[in-house]
Design a protein around this ligand. Structure first.
Ligand code: CUA
Length: 177
């Protein structure tokens, strides 16, 4: 079988590109801990507000007795609740996400935080923000007319300036209690 030399050359170029992409994925996975989320946990999305974990009063940043920090956020058309969270830098954080309606996605540019939030499942991932700053939190899964406006932000403050949140009476509507 005859293969044109030019065709052969391009075949090598394409193989090299495919190899490069695999290499980039492996480097990200091994050195930057960028992995597909592997948590499989189900939840009833239609009654999130009645669930223990994702009830309105339990959302946001929580610290357990061992000092582990968990952040719970509900995504719904078209916002993330609570709207604003403040977390410490240089600290392992576990984020747990649930959707109250359709599929949403989250993306925090320049971090390893990116996942789909599928109704019926809890999306969990861990991260560690090395530097203080305001990180934009974007919905990256088309979820309807308001998708473009579905964003929020995560405020990261230096570890020594961060104080565990004190639970206050929740504002916002309590019509669904
Ligand atoms: Cu939520 Cu797009």
């Amino acid at each position: 079988m005859h293969i044109d030399p030019l065709e052969k050359k391009w075949a090598y170029v394409i193989l090299a590109m495919a190899g490069l992409f695999v290499l980039i994925i492996m480097i990200d996975a091994i050195f930057h801990s960028i992995n597909p989320p592997s948590n499989v946990e189900t939840i009833n999305s239609t009654s999130l507000h009645l669930s223990e974990e994702f009830a309105e009063d339990n959302l946001g940043v929580q610290v357990d007795d061992k000092g582990n920090i968990t952040v719970r956020i509900v995504a719904g058309r078209y916002g993330f609740y609570p709207k604003q969270i403040t977390v410490p830098s240089g600290t392992p954080l576990t984020f747990r996400w649930a959707s109250m309606d359709v599929i949403h996605g989250i993306h925090l540019p320049m971090t390893n935080m990116s996942t789909m939030i599928i109704p019926g499942y809890v999306a969990q991932l861990t991260t560690n923000f090395p530097k203080p700053g305001d990180y934009p939190l974007l919905c990256n899964e088309y979820c309807g007319m308001g998708h473009d406006h579905m964003w929020s932000s995560v405020k990261v403050v230096a570890k020594e300036h961060w104080a565990a949140p004190v639970k206050t009476a929740s504002k916002g509507d309590s019509s669904h209690e």
